[in-house]
Design a binder for this molecule. Sequence first.
Ligand code: NAP
Ligand code: HSE
Length: 425
Amino acid sequence: MRVIRIGILGFGTVGEGTYRMLVDNADEVFAKTAARFEVKRVGVRDLTKPRSISQDLITDDLKSIVTDPEIDVVLELMGGEEPANKMVQLALENGKHVVTANKELIAKHGSRLINFAKDSGLDLHFEAAVGGGIPVVQPLKHQLAGNDVIKIMGILNGTTNYILTQMEEQGADFADALAEAQVKGYAEADPTADVDGFDTMYKISILAAISFGKQIPLEKVHREGIRSVSAADMHYAKHFGYKIKLLGICEETGEGEVLVRVHPTLVPLEHQIARVSGVYNALWLHGDFVGDLMFSGRGAGADPTASAVVGDLIDVARNVVAGGNGSAIPYGEGMQVAKMGDLETRYYVRFEVADRPGTLGEIATAFSRRQVGLAQMEMITKTGGLGEIAFMTHVCRESDFGTAIQEVARLGSVSKLEGWFRVEE
Ligand code: NAP
Ligand code: HSE
């Protein structure tokens, strides 16, 4: 029987969940790998915290783990860019396979680390970095790899999907929904990574890199969070037949060029993705041969994430037992990224206006001057001679739409541009 020795860096939500799964499901894992896993060391930051495992396993000397000659596999479950980046590099240099749940690490340094692993005959897996327990990375690397992936769209962040669902179902505004998500433990005290779209940006960039074969420069990813979404927008979106979801989207826009973007998006009520509520995640994709596919499930939490980490570990164990050479699948660097101004889609936009004859005509004329056609409209009367008017446009170019809404906002009959979002059909 082969014993595979593991060093775990990080013993928080994911580290502890992974350890528990390895203990509870040791027989299942053995049946599928002919190997037993032994956790040899666990690296943490704070040695004084009470832990659910023997204190003898714990150290704050991460380097001693990644250079330990007896350790076969390092699980990087700390998060953040550093020291994760240095420790993973060092682990690979010392001949260790690596499994990580760290989206920021892979989105920023994936190309270099995976290529290094491949050249060294080692595994570097990161299923848990995207979609928690939902298998999306391995299917894209293996079963779907023969497809030309045309487009990927995902709800990749549970916290923001929970907040948007509360706003939609309870009519809550953003601040109240965020506060509730924090009380329930979904949102961090500092919610920036989730609500400002960084988490989704890392995840969609990883999926884009696997699907399109090159790492995406993060500074070229268009990123917007959900702070600008209001209960009023939710209301109008529903009236027009849509829900508002924070989506990570990547698509081919030309030969060797992709557009990668993260923003609140109107999705038709009948689209499968619109039905994904609360903390659930979902990934929809279209491949030229496979057609439309959708994966959904729990994208965060100790148990689902442990499931993904242990799945990767089983992949490593099979290679180790078979004496294989590692199965890291590398991608290159320098993906060409298209400009947002060239995007062509439909848009939703809402203005505060003067509630008087002629307002609608002035707005429609201003839009038409920029080749933006209006498809649907809803107007309500407010107090003080004001009204609120929301439109859905026909498909148009983002640069034209952007110019048009600025020109409309300057009309005498328009007092405020309240908000606008892109639409996916
Ligand atoms: P967490 O609960 O905050 O735990 C982080 C662990 O790493 C803690 O044990 C911490 O030590 C240790 N750590 C952090 N920085 C360290 C440093 N500089 N030196 C030594 N130890 C350090 O985080 P988590 O939620 O488990 O997330 C871990 C990773 O999984 C992240 O990359 C995250 O994005 C990813 N992930 C998380 C989830 C989820 O649902 N939580 C889902 C998918 C992916 P102390 O215990 O001493 O503080
Ligand atoms: N903060 C993330 C979420 C955790 O809310 O989905 C998983 O990456």
